[in-house]
Design a protein around this ligand. Structure first.
Ligand code: PLP
Length: 644
């Protein structure tokens, strides 16, 4: 297994050792309730007050409110509620309060969602309006100038979490001033702490939420700054803690840990400075450019946090890139962590006008100011390894599945991998397939859609200077010693004897329906659905009980020496980091080549344990084999991610 290089600091960070110590000490010896009047409570109160004073110094906020929250989402919520209640009061007094709730189009979802929620709950009927950003990711100040006089509340961020774009806060403040806007102003400072200078007292910012877990404090602790005189309405009422501003017994271990981080910021010496971080990022950027030809950065580096890179590799999806990075032990993300599990393209890049193709390939790499040169050296080396893995020529297989948006096409190769036939190739994959065949020096003999195909053959044929369509010779197409022939709407592939297909040696059937008289060992390759292959006349076995956790999988392999551990990740991932389970090396059969290999496993059954990155693809592999009638197959639930 590769050691883990964590380059997803904008999602969250590890916890500073001094913060862990401070939290532990707070739980051990300073566990009192700061509201209690006895000595234990007074000690906790001293810790609370000391940390607040420290926060004031670090944030440059000698005046105004500085309170502890559970994180930035709560801080944002409180700011929105406070601003909207103030608007309601102004309206009730007949004062001009504005009617627009303006938020930066690249704002974290916590902002527009909270605005919509409280606008609805309070029944204000204000209009939510996204403030557009330019191609550089910065707010369009000319639009703000136009809207500011009508704005009731303006929400912008200090730096964007996906792209690292640093906002022009002075420019925004100047526009609000010049236009005599009645708006209150919130600046989400989550990504700024420890990376950008802060002097909140000297700004006209009304509300500034912060989150501890973005800068080496644990999750569940944050800060909210409220300017002296800015309207305030508590979100939580009860015991009157935090001077009645935020009720609920304080998270003392979190506060102690955040205090340790703030202390490190104040004293200096722990975190790298801006110049050092910039130099580190330059090295990472240079490695990325060297590793991935054609790579583009999605935001101008001069205007972004020195710890963030957002890039795209033309023709390679975010998912593929992430899988390769993950296999190499490099943890990066495709956008914000909150949207990582959703397939939606990045709204941040969309708002910047980044082309769809680029946004579909975007990856965010971010590190924290604790990084050192050894870490950056290791990251640069791994990045280069990922590039080599991604562009290395794949070993040939007889049958390769081409999957795109739930539809499957197929590539059939001769034994040497020198010639091939494409059946129902998905149009979206045409450029990739063409590039790969060229890189392998493989000749495309024919490219056609069956009657159930989705019509992608034309796209591939065009990229390969070929005419799409079944060539139509009566004898079929020869591929080495094998033959592909048409029988009605089905296409049969197998060994040829005296120039004709041997009916007893048909290996694969493509197209509409299995032809009659096909032997039980034949696999039918489908265009859609799961499993992608089936056996005519075979009673599928149920999928229940295919899950093994990593420990049971290792025990199973130990007690079954004939069992095979199979890594079904795709070739670049395997190449970036081979799979092992408790010291046992895996044989590599990518999911896209499973159908071709399945025939052999069915001929000579042996126990199979599939593994992949997260357990999804290995579960599909095990289900496919079970449905083909192979009883002894399992997969490692949770994948290599949980097996480490
Ligand atoms: N704002 C920004 C810019 C963020 O990056 C995040 C975290 O993802 C949040 C707000 C929400 O912070 P928290 O997780 O502390 O609620």
């Amino acid at each position: 297994m590769n050691s883990e290089l964590y380059l997803d600091a904008n999602a969250t960070s590890p916890v500073l050792p001094a913060a862990i110590e401070a939290a532990t000490a707070a739980m051990h010896s300073c566990f009192g309730n700061p509201s209690s009047s006895h000595a234990a409570g007074l000690r906790a109160k001293a810790l609370l007050d000391g940390t607040r004073a420290l926060a004031r110094r670090v944030l440059g906020a000698a005046s105004g409110r500085v309170m502890f929250t559970s994180g930035a989402t709560e801080g944002i919520q409180t700011a929105v509620l406070s601003a909207l209640c103030a608007v309601r009061e102004r309206r009730a007094r007949g004062e001009a309060a504005g009617e627009l709730l303006l938020y930066g189009a690249t704002e974290h979802k916590a902002v527009p969602e909270s605005l919509a929620h409280w606008n609805r709950v309070l029944g204000l009927g204000l209009e939510l309006r996204a403030l557009p950003v330019g191609r550089d990711g910065r707010h369009r100040l000319e639009v703000l100038r136009e809207l500011a006089p009508r704005a009731a509340f303006v929400c912008t961020m200090a730096a964007n979490n996906e792209t690292g774009v640093v906002s022009d806060l002075d420019g925004i403040a100047a526009v609000l001033q010049e236009t005599a806007s009645p708006a209150l102003w919130m600046v989400d400072c989550v990504q700024a702490l420890g990376k950008l200078p802060l002097q909140l007292d000297r700004t006209r910012i009304d509300y500034a939420p912060f989150s501890g877990h973005k800068l080496y404090a644990p999750k569940g602790i944050g800060l909210l700054y409220v300017r002296e005189g800015a309207p305030y309405t508590p979100l939580m009422c009860g015991g009157g803690q935090e001077a009645g501003q935020r009720s609920g017994t304080e998270n003392m271990s979190g506060i102690a840990a955040l205090g340790a981080v703030l202390k490190a910021l104040e004293e200096g010496g722990t975190f790298r400075g801006h110049g050092q971080l910039q130099a580190m990022r330059e090295r990472l950027a240079a490695s990325l450019v060297a590793a991935f030809p054609g790579l583009e950065f999605n935001a101008p580096l001069a205007q972004t946090l020195p710890t963030t890179l957002n890039f795209s590799v033309p023709g390679v999806s975010s998912k593929e890139l992430l899988d390769v990075f993950d296999a190499a032990g490099v943890r990066v993300s495709a956008g914000s962590a909150c949207s990582a599990s959703k397939a939606a393209p990045s709204y941040v890049l969309d708002a910047m006008g980044v082309a769809n193709a680029c946004s579909a390939s975007a990856v965010r790499l971010s590190f924290g100011p604790l990084a050192d040169d050894a870490f950056i050296d290791a990251a640069c080396e791994r990045i280069l390894r990922c590039g080599r893995a991604l562009f290395a020529t794949r070993p040939a297989a007889r049958l390769q599945q081409l999957e795109s948006s739930g539809a499957s096409g197929w590539l059939l190769f001769d034994e040497a991998g020198a010639e091939c036939i494409a059946i129902d190739p998905p149009a979206a994959l045409a450029p990739r397939i063409a590039a790969e065949l060229r890189a392998r020096g493989c000749r495309l003999l024919a490219c056609f859609d069956t009657s159930i195909g989705s019509g992608g053959a034309d796209a591939l044929a065009e990229s390969m200077n070929l005419t799409a369509g079944w060539p139509g010779q009566g004898a079929g197409i020869a591929l080495g010693e094998d033959l592909l022939v048409q029988r009605g709407e089905a296409f049969l592939f197998g060994r040829a004897r005296d120039g004709v297909l041997d009916p007893g040696a048909v290996r694969f059937v493509f197209g509409a329906a299995p032809a009659e008289g096909v032997a039980g060992a034949t696999l039918c390759c489908h265009r859609a659905g799961e499993p992608a292959v089936s056996r005519p006349g075979c009673e599928p076995l149920p999928d229940e009980g295919i899950d093994l956790d990593a420990v049971s999988a290792a025990a199973y392999l130990e007690s079954h020496p004939d069992a095979l551990l199979v890594d079904v990740r795709e070739f670049p991932e395997h190449s970036a980091g081979a799979a092992r389970l408790h010291g046992r090396a895996a044989q590599h059969v990518p999911l896209s080549q499973l159908a071709g290999q399945a025939a052999q496993w069915l001929d000579q059954p042996r126990p199979l344990v599939f593994v992949c990155r997260s357990g999804n693809r290995s579960a599909r592999a095990a289900r496919t084999l079970r449905r083909l009638g192979h009883a002894q197959c399992w997969h490692v639930a949770g994948g290599l991610a949980l097996a480490g």
